[in-house]
Write a protein that binds this ligand. Structure first.
Ligand SMILES: O=C(CO)COP(=O)(O)O
Length: 255
């Protein structure tokens, strides 16, 4: 049985007071009845990690995550945050290779492979993002591109290391656009990713990997998306900034 996860990616939103207010609202709304066996992760901006983690305190099944980490261990890299720093704060998750990082910060396969390694070496679970832009889907090359993204940043891992990774399929054309992949499109791509993993690592291993869908997930479409057999949860952007809606999305994920 794969781990089911609903993760919120707050991106670069909320000031500190708003971030604390949202965390406290979520703490009031998310309980065992709401979340079942689903893990909830809040991927918050770096400066809020410590405060949000402290607020979550004993709520063992809501965890905090970072949105990026450096490929370097430490040193003269002004403005960067290293995986060992996150480890020293007991941060359990980190998003790696979000399409916004690929697009605006020029992050590509080889660099992201290093970041994945750095996360795993520091006991962080990488949430590795892949997904195609619209023009690639229109050329019908989306499956090939996503296979390549998975290959270039994950296929160097041992089977044991791969099992520490969570994958998020996020079609770029569905991010922040209100345009969601249909449940069929999501399922098809998740199956493509799982088959690709199976080709390299074997079906038994591939079947253990949690694959999340991201791209305009909301309370209205979560049920249908999460009922797909290869969709193990969501990576939610905009809708994770609203406590009621995010809670409803968590409820839609049955574990
Ligand atoms: O990028 C995303 C999550 O990482 C998805 O963002 P939206 O849910 O706002 O489309």
């Amino acid at each position: 049985m794969r781990t089911k996860i609903v993760a919120g990616n707050w991106k670069m939103n909320k000031n500190f007071q708003e971030a604390k207010a949202l965390t406290s609202e979520l703490l009031g709304m998310i309980n065992d009845e709401v979340q079942g066996n689903v893990k909830v992760v809040l991927c918050v901006p770096f400066p809020y990690l410590d405060a949000v983690q402290n607020m979550l305190g004993t709520h063992k099944r809501i965890a905090v995550g970072a949105q990026n980490c450096s490929e370097h261990v430490s040193g003269a890299y002004t403005g960067e945050v290293a995986a060992p720093m996150l480890k020293s704060m007991d941060i359990p998750y980190v998003i790696i290779g979000h399409s916004e990082r690929r697009q605006y910060f020029n992050e590509g396969g080889a660099l992201l492979a290093k970041k994945v390694d750095m996360a795993i070496a520091n006991s962080l679970t990488p949430i590795y993002c892949c997904g195609e832009p619209l023009e690639v889907r229109e050329r019908n090359e989306h499956e090939a591109l996503v296979r390549k993204q998975v290959e270039e940043s994950l296929f160097h891992l041992s089977a044991e290391a791969l099992q520490k990774v969570v994958i998020a399929y996020e079609p770029v054309w569905a991010i922040g656009t209100g345009k969601t992949a249909s449940a069929q499109q999501a399922q098809d791509m998740h199956a493509v990713i799982r088959q690709h993993l199976a080709g390299k690592y074997g079906k038994a291993i591939a079947d253990t990997i949690t694959i999340l869908y991201g791209g305009s997930v909301n309370a209205g479409n979560a049920n249908e998306l999460f009922s797909c057999p290869d969709v193990d949860g969501g990576l939610v952007g905009g809708a994770s900034l609203k406590s009621r809606e995010f809670t409803d999305i968590i409820k839609a994920m049955k574990a």
